[in-house]
Design a protein around this ligand. Structure first.
Ligand SMILES: [Zn+2]
Length: 483
């Protein structure tokens, strides 16, 4: 049995009961990164919003297949590659690896697959071909464009009319297009750019077509839930609907569209192009993954969230510390005596409230993922524990475990409280050790074995054992007594 829930669907403009196409299976697609630079706090917000959606759905019994694409080739990547004298595909891989590390730190591990656009060239070419064959697209001199006039529903998701979407008169329109709002499905390659063979000559895919080629392959022509930042509604998601429904002839592409509010700084969307960017890793370094998750989740996911330098994360740190304090006290008591420690039982009404609390939290989240309200309820629970704090030390281990039920829910669904997330800190630590090992490997390569040995001894004093295997070195923690 799965738990019913409701979600705000952008296309209908309503909070609707969620009905999977084939219960309990749920296909979830979220627009991912174009990794041409380091990810910023805005990217992190979208990732955490949908991480919680995936966590909640799994807790509620749904079998979620969560796909987040990686646009590893586009104009910005090519421009960056030229500027840095790097292969754009390699540049994308580099920044994507950084993204994965940030996601690991944030304990956002719910994505099942990160498909790279360039791994889906056959699917992309197939979809463009069928759009041409079905009269939705036209080829001109190696480019292929989608003819928006052929798809009357274009603009419905973002609530705009096609005429209003036309660029101003001063914007230069590609003369190859039949209408200014037509968009590229396939682009003839320019000299020096990565290119793939196609029926229209060597070229590369447009941005929008990547997503629908990937989803039709991995999730089917129609699937359950599509997520992304609100800024992607137009033109990106309009284009996705036009492409997928045009190519397959099946409507609707997805049953529910979820859009997360954008992160703003100084009144504008945080974006590299605007220049008001704070790196995701900077945020992680500043306050750590739990406070960052708290910052994102202590807000309505659909509303814009304002980031103020020197204020927002600091406030989140205080808020999280208040939320965390009663839990820490509870856990401290439990660690002292363990589950079997003797003591008093809880008054029955408190035990009942504690046991029922996660259900209440599920109910809150099942009404359009209102994480802020769930956190407010957790604050309430913490206040009650604070009033009780003098009695905590008299309680039995079993009573303490019962009182912790709301927090276990928060760990599972919101990813807060470093219970199962204890592996976060060592990610950065491992990178640091790796850095030291590289320095040592260089010393060894230069025949400076004295230096290599000195590093080994220093690490040993810090409790780290090195094992040399040829030129490779592995490390592990010294275990008590075993050296
Ligand atoms: Zn997308």
């Amino acid at each position: 049995m799965v738990r019913p829930f409701r979600v705000y669907d952008t296309l209908s403009g309503q909070v609707r009961p969620f009905v999977p196409r084939v219960s309990p299976r749920v296909g979830l697609f979220v627009c991912g990164l174009t990794p041409y630079a380091e990810a910023h706090l805005g990217h992190g917000r979208t990732a955490i919003t949908f991480d919680v959606v995936a966590r909640a759905l799994r807790r509620w019994g749904y079998h979620v297949f969560y796909v987040q694409n990686v646009t590893n080739l586009d104009d910005r990547l090519i421009a960056r590659g030229v500027a840095e004298s790097r292969d754009p595909l390699e540049l994308a891989e580099f920044h994507f690896q950084g993204w994965l590390r940030s996601m690991e730190q944030l304990d956002a591990r719910g994505v099942n697959l990160y498909p790279f656009a360039t791994d889906y060239l056959p699917e992309i070419i197939d979809q463009v071909s069928s759009l041409v064959a079905r009269g939705f697209a036209y080829a001109v001199e190696g480019d292929v464009f989608y003819e928006v006039a052929k798809f009357p529903a274009y603009g419905r998701l973002s609530g705009q009319r096609v005429e209003a979407l036309r660029p101003g008169a001063r914007v230069e329109v590609d003369p190859k297009k039949r209408a200014p709002e037509d968009f590229a499905l396939w682009k003839a390659s320019k000299p020096g750019e990565p290119a793939w063979p196609s029926p229209w000559g060597p070229g590369r895919p447009g941005w929008h077509i990547e997503d629908t080629a990937i989803t039709s392959r991995l999730l089917g022509d129609q699937y359950d839930l599509h997520g992304g930042g609100a800024d992607l509604k137009f033109p990106h998601h309009e284009a996705e609907i036009a492409q997928a429904e045009g190519a397959s002839g099946k409507k609707p592409l997805v049953n529910y569209w979820m859009h997360g509010g954008i992160l703003q700084m100084r009144g504008e969307k945080m974006a590299k192009s605007v220049g008001n960017v704070v790196g995701l890793d900077d945020g992680l370094r500043k306050v750590g993954p739990d406070v960052l998750r708290f910052y994102y989740l202590n807000a309505n996911y659909r509303s814009p969230l304002n980031y103020e330098e020197g204020k927002s994360l600091e406030e989140a740190r205080e808020g999280y510390s208040t939320l965390f304090a009663p839990y820490r006290r509870l856990r401290g008591e439990l660690l002292r005596g363990g589950l079997t420690r003797p003591g008093r039982d809880l008054p029955p009404e408190i035990a009942r409230t504690a046991t029922a609390f996660p259900v209440r939290l599920d109910e809150i989240l099942a009404e359009d993922f209102q994480t802020r309200e769930a956190i407010a309820a957790l604050f309430g629970w913490g206040r009650m524990l604070n009033e009780w704090s003098s009695k905590l030390e008299t309680l039995s281990g079993a009573s303490l475990v019962t009182l912790g039920a709301p927090y276990r829910w928060a760990t599972e669904v919101l990813g807060l409280f470093p219970e199962r997330t204890g592996a976060k800190a060592p990610v950065e630590f491992s990178a640091l050790v790796q850095l030291v090992l590289e320095a040592r490997a260089r010393a060894r390569a230069h025949g400076d074995f004295g230096e290599a040995d000195r590093i080994r001894q220093s690490l040993l004093q810090a409790g780290i054992i090195l094992e040399d295997q040829g030129t490779e070195t592995r490390w592990h923690w010294k275990r008590d007594g075993t050296g």
